[in-house]
Unconditional design. Sequence first.
Length: 111
Amino acid sequence: MVDVHVELVNVLITVVGVCAGLVTRYGIAYLKKKGILTQLENKREIVKIVVMAIEQSYKVLEGKEKLEYAKVEVAKLLQQKKIKITEKELDLLIEATVKEVKDTAKTELKK
């Protein structure tokens, strides 16, 4: 009886794994088809350029001042390119980019 339960659990785990793989594969293909991933990558690149420029040019500004300046500059650039972004998405992209830049700097300093 215990062996049957073990086998059923193994089969269930296999089925769930295959389903997750299929959902991921077709989900990514769908998002690429709709252009959502491309648009997100475009947003990330613009945010990265602005964050790096602000980090380099405005060393005297504090964190919150840099964040506000980055928000304004990114919003202007995205508006020029007619790319829509929410306030929450903008905050998350900027924070992620700042973390990435700082992690990269720490890694380079350790070398």
